[in-house]
Design a protein. Sequence first.
Length: 203
Amino acid sequence: YPIVVLISGSGSNLQALIDQSLQGLLNIKICAVISNKAEAYGLERAKLAGIPTHTLNHKSFDSREEFDTELQALIDQYQPKLVVLAGFMRILTETFAKHFEGRMLNIHPSLLPKYKGLNTHQRAIDANEKEHGVSVHFVSPELDAGAVILQASTVIAQEETAETLASKVHCLEHIIYPLAVKWFSEERLTFHDGKAFFDKNAL
Ligand code: GRF
């Protein structure tokens, strides 16, 4: 099942996908990993796994539209059935989001619809939330607003810092993201009219 993964940083979620597919838990082929940052450690992870990599530096483009057009063309060359955003820190144009609508997933470190955008762990602590977590969702043109597929939560402890909370949430990410990818690749999870649907055998 051909997928393309987009990253900007460490790529621990990419690693979870690589590991699970090596273990035979996921029936995917990661055709390419694309980063907008040359120094993203996830590129090393991809190379170690023998996956083709590309860096497309957004700073070399005059506009968001030009960057997204080039990125879209690069992804399309691989004809993936699914595009996985795994810590890809770019706001997407509407054209790009529409092009991949229903076949592009993102993982966001909050219990959406709470805490869209950045700095989610600190914001949850500052708001005295009792729990916090992570959401996998289909990507829509509006930031962090597409149909939610799966969430996992954790308790915010008394002495919690943004760092300790982030590491707890990361563990949850590595469980639920591969699961959502698995369901999609098995066509047990689909997208219609802006909503996520599960086949009765999905759970
Ligand atoms: C994760 O916290 C994810 O929720 C967010 O970016 C981070 C990516 O981490 N969208 P990694 O690069 O997969 O380690």
